[in-house]
Design a protein around this ligand. Structure first.
Ligand code: FDM
Length: 212
């Protein structure tokens, strides 16, 4: 029985190491859904446009130093400042394709050695994605793709640790996609999984919260 009020947009998150192809796939999914006439937006975290986002951006560019816990909480705050907009978009039936979310937050900070549960705590109460698409690639292969920039985390040894942390976060809402396949193959696979999720949410599915 479809309660009209439960019909909503889907919250779809793409995660993965640097250079796994997330950003390309996000934009392809966006145009695909738009072409099909869906209401859809593409978001990314960190959102560097807010005040908090600017602090994060300067940290990532190595232009400022922050304690590991402090930057972790800023990344989290950057999601909290978008939470209510996120909820209202979803309730007004707009699907959100999100490039990185809380899983990046926990994976990157715990890769530095911060306690996993401590890292998850500030994320509790944010909206839980309906689907997490993990673009799986080994840190070595990702590094071979080149184009690691000069940002703080773009180093092979650190990416190896991040890959391990991601592995501990994976649950039943995750779909692991082989990101070493040609871009078009990955795209095709993602479109299929995403459409299924969008339709489920359209029919009606309650929103839930992360890690509660
Ligand atoms: N990152 C991203 C974190 O460390 N924590 C977070 O919560 C998020 C969302 O920021 F290295 C890291 C991951 C990446 C960097 O991401 C910037 P983009 O996708 O390159 O902008």
């Amino acid at each position: 029985i479809n309660k009209e009020s439960d019909s909503r947009g889907a919250l779809i998150v793409l995660e993965g190491l640097d250079r796994c192809g997330k950003t390309t796939q996000c934009s392809r999914l966006l145009s695909h859904l738009e072409e099909l006439g869906h209401s859809v937006e593409s978001w990314r975290f960190p959102d560097r446009n807010t005040g908090v986002g600017q602090m994060i951006s300067s940290y990532l560019a190595n232009k400022s130093h922050l304690d590991d816990h402090a930057i972790h909480l800023l990344f989290s705050a950057n999601r909290w400042e978008k939470r209510s907009l996120m909820e209202s978009k979803l309730r007004s039936k707009t699907t959100l394709i999100v490039d990185r979310y809380s899983f990046s937050g926990v994976a990157f900070s715990s890769a530095k050695g911060l306690d996993l549960e401590w890292c998850k705590a500030p994320e509790k109460g944010l909206l839980a994605p309906d689907l997490v698409l993990y673009l799986d690639i080994s840190p070595e292969k990702a590094a071979e793709r080149g184009g690691y920039g000069d940002e703080r985390y773009e180093q092979l040894e650190f990416q190896k640790k991040v890959a391990q942390s991601y592995r501990t976060l994976c649950d039943s809402t995750w779909k692991i996609i082989d990101a070493t396949r040609p871009v078009e193959d990955v795209e095709k696979q993602l479109k299929q999984i995403v459409m299924e999720c969008v339709l489920t949410c359209q029919k009606g599915k309650p929103l839930s919260q992360l890690w509660e």
